[in-house]
Write a protein that binds this ligand. Structure first.
Ligand code: 1HN
Length: 345
């Protein structure tokens, strides 16, 4: 591809005239916005160790009382985007949130979709659209766009969870806003109880509902059991992975980001293909090495890393005698809906 004319090649009076009229010549910038073959990605392979993050999050517990914080979070920002942008990738936001015993994070609803992956502690809960969802390690709790949510804590130890939001893309769309609310009344029914068995779903008087995802909480015990069942059923299957889905449709659990759990067999090395969406890896159980472009990250439990799109990722279970379990978030639903999804193998 040959080089195109530069801005500096244009006479200053011409450039000034264009600027005055809010006009810009395309050709000096064309290669930057449309690079050959592979997109330019600001997303860098980045690693956040829980044992270094945790003491700082606990200190935030002293420094930022709930009334002054609303949500007490340390954002895991990708330096490639600039820390102040609070982005892990183009479409993903990541943060570690701390709730102390007795605290309450007030109810609100907003346009970005969120999920929480519970990292440590017991006794906390999130109420989403009136459903009180208990939080336990490894559980995935959704707060889809527009639904009221608040967090409370009846236990006696700090509770920490990983927040994954599509905030960067919703903000970029100039569609990100919040509505503050009152403490929610809770209802007795819970989607994760009514939709507790894959393949046998509620159909009162023969009717299936086609409303929003009826499941807001995916208990880790169920996802883990599904992975072990799949691994036992298909001993030759390389990628022992499940997707968190809407059980009414079989489609993705949320509109913009995709969520998965992956089991690595003892000692297994698995190469994930180069696909267009960026990905986040969070270790639920075990010990895993992630090779992302030129970076090797050793993940202990509760560690998190991210990978840019269009790059293969190789994961290795560092333990020869135990499976490892990885939670993955990616931008697949967004890429598929927009028609830019690619798997380059
Ligand atoms: C939010 O609402 C929560 O509800 C956490 O816990 C993190 C980050 C940006 C915007 C909204 C929550 C958030 C957030």
């Amino acid at each position: 591809m040959h080089e195109l004319g530069r801005l500096e090649d244009l006479p200053q009076d011409y450039r000034d005239e264009l600027t005055k009229l809010n006009l810009v010549p395309l050709w000096p910038s064309l290669r930057a916005v449309l690079p050959p073959n592979v997109p330019t990605r600001k997303t860098q392979p980045t690693f956040w160790a829980y044992d270094t993050l945790r003491p700082l999050l606990m200190r935030a517990g002293d420094l930022a009382p709930m009334e002054k914080a609303e949500r007490r979070v340390l954002v895991m920002a990708n330096p490639g985007h600039g820390l102040e942008k609070m982005q892990a990738s183009a479409a993903m936001y990541l943060g570690m949130q701390l709730l102390l015993p007795g605290e309450w994070a007030p109810s609100h609803r907003h346009t970005p979709n969120a999920v929480r992956m519970i990292v440590e502690g017991e006794g906390a809960w999130t109420t989403v659209d009136g459903e009180k969802c208990p939080m336990a390690r490894g559980d995935l709790i959704l707060t889809p766009t527009g639904l009221w949510h608040e967090h409370g804590h009846d236990g006696d130890q700090p509770v920490v969870w990983l927040d994954v939001l599509d905030l960067p893309i919703v903000y970029f769309m100039e569609a990100s806003y919040v509505i503050p609310g009152e403490r929610q009344d809770t209802k007795a029914s819970r989607g994760d109880r009514a939709w507790s068995r894959a393949g046998v779903v509620p159909s009162p008087v023969f009717e299936r509902s086609s409303k929003r995802n009826p499941v807001l909480r995916y208990p880790w015990a169920e996802a883990r059991a599904a992975l072990l069942g799949l691994a036992a059923d298909q001993p030759d299957l390389e990628a022992v992975q499940v997707t968190y889905v809407n059980p009414e449709t079989g489609g993705d659990a949320e509109n913009i980001l995709g969520f998965y759990s992956l089991m690595l067999r003892p000692g297994q090395t698995l190469r994930l293909p180069a696909r267009s969406p960026a990905q986040v890896f969070h270790l639920i159980e075990g010990s895993v090495q992630a090779l992302i472009v030129d970076s090797r990250f050793n993940l202990a439990e509760a560690d998190t890393c991210c990978a840019p799109g269009y790059e293969a990722v190789t994961l290795t279970n560092l333990q020869a005698d135990k499976p490892a379990f990885v939670f993955i978030a990616d931008e697949s639903p967004l890429h598929r809906k927009l028609g830019v999804y690619e798997n380059r193998g």
